[in-house]
Ligand binder design. Structure first.
Ligand SMILES: CCCCCCCC(=O)SCCNC(=O)CCNC(=O)[C@H](O)C(C)(C)COP(=O)(O)OP(=O)(O)OC[C@H]1O[C@@H](n2cnc3c(N)ncnc32)[C@H](O)[C@@H]1OP(=O)(O)O
Ligand SMILES: Cc1cc2nc3c(=O)[nH]c(=O)nc-3n(C[C@H](O)[C@H](O)[C@H](O)COP(=O)(O)OP(=O)(O)OC[C@H]3O[C@@H](n4cnc5c(N)ncnc54)[C@H](O)[C@@H]3O)c2cc1C
Length: 667
């Protein structure tokens, strides 16, 4: 019998049985005790602030309430960050994460894309003009790129910005229904400005897509300006807190100075000056792609916390007749579904950490005028964005299923996490499209390899001898695991290139050959990303300094990540007899051993993520494990239970019981 106060006894036992100190692992995850302390302090500031607790739970709000409440929270967060002098993005992030978890901000695009785009693409004069207004929220903006007809193929955008040298203005138009901007976050009702991506026409020529600052609403009355039609696109799968919007522009004139001109320019007479690299205008997308990796990791980590704690508390089915019911975490099938996801959340977290550092390093180079690493940054950010959002979204859904019926309730907190993470597969570049961008890069690298040219370090595995067999022994060494992933990726890259070559030889054009090989190209890109993430995880556990017990536990988790990925994708690993059947058996056996090895540390691994209950917002994932009382309290708080007998009983059920259905004819 579970106790109803204090920490649930099963969960307490789990914590006693772990082999390492949880605090040590938290210190490693968050890069040192000082950072853990700071993160806790910021979480605490938010969770203890009564302001955030005065609203009814998110799941009980209508969409309009979700928007309004979330808006209030985020404006309050803004005010508090100023008062508390929280200027570092990481500080703001931790405070916000605890204040409004998984509630997409109605001023999020303003912070995440509008301001960074001005900072990165604006001239010094433009930054001086707009940034103070944006910081003080006098100007609230968004990033308006996607149109109803085009999201992926941005060169096909239809919005036009035509330069008029007589008045030194651009004239913006949405010439067709499909050209209306559709989807930009915060656009519908919140913003008064937006950065519009449009086809630039000057001196009668199309110069491609460029960014323009357009005011869409009056700064006093907030009414749409002349020539502007703007609104909310309606309810979606999630993101109820966000007013994703539509926008039509009819002959809207803006001054020449409103084109973002740090790199490309239109001179007063209409002369166009090209940027050093046309793709530099895509920089804001790269920034958000890089950020999505950690976002996705965080979502999966939280889902694992909920599902693993609940699995330790939940007991179901007598294992032997009349005996005690087992903790569901002791079922091997439950472990097989959850522990690899736990490992994935760590793998993605480390990938996100790498991505962040690599983004900062490369953008500093770009800003200094060295654009050499742009293709690498694009390929790595597109690949990790797609790989992490796919793996983590699917993982969150599995965590939900692992909670049985209670996982389906909003009380679990899992649906909220899922609907927040899954659009990451679509926005900022649909995942299949992103993988094809990676494949394009891989094919270029393959060409270099064929020509004997040097490859960047992270691509050097491509030169591996594809006739070599695996070095895997009973020990299942980490280096043999990495080699397996690299071998698979190298072979898939070669196979995709061979497929294209064959099509060209059969008379197809290069474009047709590409289109006829995109499935193989996508396989190659996914295999490449999988190898990249696995190697990063291995290097992190092998090379980093950390407590020895933590290192030993984390090594098992890392091994599980690698072994599970092979066993689940066996076809791709044995296609060229890289592994023989004996080695496959070794891996399958090792997988089961690793599940058992990780079992005593499962709760400690999720505790180390150090998410307070207020962030998880889950009856099932509570630190104290008192899930049943929490579910009961949640049910009782449902607005449906405010009255014992609902009006609908008198209006519909009672008359039906009496055989009276006239009320329907009134409709
Ligand atoms: C809080 C939550 C916030 C969430 C907010 C979400 C906000 C949004 O969704 S904003 C909208 C995001 N939209 C997108 O991401 C659109 C996706 N599409 C694209 O990025 C492009 O159209 C893309 C990359 C698919 C193709 O671009 P296109 O210009 O047609 O390029 P393409 O002809 O395929 O390639 C040309 C070259 O550019 C390179 N390239 C493309 N993008 C980049 C880039 N960002 N950096 C560097 N190089 C790039 C390619 O690698 C290729 O190089 P090469 O010729 O050497 O092989
Ligand atoms: C929650 C949310 C928030 C968003 N916020 C913003 C925002 O703030 N600003 C903004 O500008 N946009 C925003 N978007 C739009 C988003 O960026 C686009 O939806 C996304 O880039 C995908 O484009 P699409 O919708 O045109 O999909 P499509 O390109 O139409 O994709 C449909 C299908 O076609 C496939 N496909 C398309 N092209 C190719 C190809 N070349 N090769 C192979 N397959 C292909 C895709 O893989 C996909 O399966 C948001 C979207 C969502 C869902």
């Amino acid at each position: 019998m579970a106790t109803t106060t204090g920490v649930n006894s099963d969960l307490a036992k789990e914590r006693n049985n772990s082999t390492f100190d949880v605090e040590e692992l938290s210190n490693f995850i968050y890069r040192g005790p000082e950072k853990v302390k700071r993160r806790r302090y910021l979480h605490n500031l938010a969770t203890k602030d009564p302001f955030f607790r005065k609203f009814k739970p998110w799941a009980f709000q209508t969409r309009e309430e979700q928007y309004e409440i979330c808006l209030q929270k985020h404006l309050y967060i803004n005010k508090k960050c100023k008062e508390l002098n929280l200027t570092e993005p990481v500080d703001k992030f931790f405070y916000t994460e605890a204040a409004a978890p998984h509630e997409n901000s109605p001023i999020g695009l303003h912070t995440v894309m509008f301001i960074p785009t001005i900072e990165k693409q604006g001239t010094e004069e433009q930054k001086k003009r707009w940034l103070p207004l944006a910081e003080s929220l006098k100007m609230i903006g968004t990033y308006a790129q996607t149109e109803m007809g085009h999201g992926t193929f941005i060169r096909g955008l239809e919005t036009t910005a035509t330069y008029d040298p007589r008045t030194r203005e651009f004239i913006l138009n949405s010439p067709t229904i499909t050209s209306m901007k559709y989807w930009p976050g915060n656009l519908g009702k919140t913003t008064n400005h937006c950065l519009v991506m449009a086809q630039l026409y000057t001196q009668g020529k199309n110069c491609g897509i460029h960014m323009f600052m357009v005011q869409i609403r009056d700064l006093e009355t907030h009414m749409p300006l002349a020539g502007i039609e703007v609104g909310d696109i309606g309810p979606k799968f999630g993101y109820g807190t966000n007013d994703n919007g539509f926008l039509r522009l009819s002959n809207v004139r803006i001054p020449r100075e409103n084109m973002l001109m740090r790199y490309s320019k239109v001179l007063e007479d209409g002369t166009y000056v090209k940027p050093p690299n046309a793709k530099i205008a895509y920089g804001s997308m790269v920034l958000v792609r890089a950020a999505i990796v950690t976002d996705a990791a965080r979502a999966l980590a939280q889902a694992c916390v909920i599902s693993i704690r609940y699995s330790a508390v939940r007991r179901q089915t007598e294992v032997s007749p009349g005996g005690e019911e087992a903790q569901i975490i002791d079922y091997q099938t439950q472990q097989y579904r959850l522990f690899p996801l736990l490992a994935t959340s760590y793998a993605m977290y480390f990938a996100g950490r790498f991505m962040y550092d690599f983004y900062l390093k490369t953008t500093a180079e770009i800003e200094g005028g060295n654009l050499d690493s742009m293709p690498q940054l694009h390929a790595i950010s597109a690949g990790l964005k797609a790989f992490s959002s796919w793996m983590c979204s699917a993982g969150v859904e599995t965590c939900r299923l692992c909670c049985g019926g209670h996982g389906y309730s909003h009380a679990s907190g899992l649906p909220k996490i899922y609907i927040d993470v899954v659009p990451g597969c679509t926005y900022e570049g649909e995942n299949n499209v992103m993988m094809l961008q990676v494949a394009r890069f891989l094919m270029k690298m393959y060409g270099k390899l064929q020509n004997g040219e040097a490859l960047p370090t992270f691509m050097q595995y491509m030169s591996t001898d594809l006739n070599k067999k695996s070095c895997m022994t009973e020990e299942v060494a980490l280096n043999c695991l990495v080699m397996a992933y690299e071998h698979r990726a190298a072979r898939m890259i070669r196979d995709a290139a061979a497929s294209m070559e064959k099509l060209v030889q059969s008379g197809k054009s290069p474009v047709e050959a590409w289109n006829g090989s995109t499935v193989m190209l996508t396989w190659a890109a996914i295999a490449h990303c999988h190898a990249f993430v696995t190697k990063l995880f291995v290097e992190t556990v092998v090379k980093s300094r950390m407590d020895s017990k933590v290192q030993s536990a984390l090594t098992s988790l890392c091994k599980l990540y690698a072994v599970h990925g092979i066993v689940e994708n066996l076809g791709g690993f044995i296609q060229d007899q890289f592994f023989d059947s004996k080695q496959v058996k070794i891996l399958q056996k090792k997988l089961m051993q690793l599940l058992a090895e990780i079992r005593p540390n499962a709760v400690a691994f999720v505790d180390a993520f150090d998410y307070p209950d207020e962030v998880l917002q889950s009856c099932l994932g509570r630190y104290d494990g008192q899930v049943y009382q929490a579910l009961y309290d949640y049910a009782k708080s449902s607005p449906m239970n405010e009255k014992e007998v609902l009006d609908s009983y008198y209006k519909y059920i009672k008359p039906a019981q009496n055989g009276k259905y006239q009320q329907y004819s009134k409709l």
